[in-house]
Design a protein around this ligand. Sequence first.
Ligand code: ZN
Length: 279
Amino acid sequence: MGELITPLRGCLTKMHIEPAGRNAPVRYTLRAGDHRLDLNARLGKTLRLTHTGAIACTHCGRATRKSFGQGYCYPCFKRLAQCDTCIVKPETCHFDQGTCREPEWGESHCFQPHVVYLANSSGLKVGITRRTQLPTRWLDQGAIQALPILEVDTRQQSGFVEMLFKEQVADRTNWRAMLKGEVEPVDLCAERDRLLASLDNGLRGLRERFGADSLRVLDVEPVTLDYPVLESPTKVVSHNLDKTPAVGGTLMGLKGQYLMFDTGVINLRKYTGYEVTVE
Ligand SMILES: [Zn+2]
């Protein structure tokens, strides 16, 4: 992908991020419609995104005046299981009550192995994800370290485990601290051992409820993730395409789903479905 001559035009989807091997920063690809742009190659150069005013639902493609749940039209937002609150709070899964919005989707997404992990994005945090979503989930959060600690059979079980860990560990990322890069390394293996020991009672309770083999402790090595950042912002100013349709500047870095310009940062995931021109 070389220099751009004519602006690209298309609807945004979240950036594709992938590891690039040992000691190399992860690779970012901007996706706008069918267009792909290598963002690592744009570091230190100017980049501008301009919202055309159009928003297309990321699921059905229908035009929508407003985006719901980061990229959906209102009917999809109300109808799809992936937009239900039980996805964010898996312990509230209501599949067994026969009220899953889309039981088939639930079976193929929620009744699959999930991983409970520790990560360091702005300090120690706990998180859960479907096994197949690793390491994407960590990269989307801007984690600099991550360690899978337990594997379970369903999303709901992972939710119960996460609830337990939340008594002692944060489950949110402070995105300003994450972007400023003021994050101290954490000994994740030591934290895992400490937490598994202190939460032993609670974990035993979950094993009694779901079966002895339902919660499996993983013995794997932590991963370290390095992001392409020329310079972290000292003060975080965020751009908003709803208020200012044209944003850009010199691209200073990429972390999580954020573009960092010398003029401010933008969380691209928030603008999924927004049609933009890119130049
Ligand atoms: Zn839709």
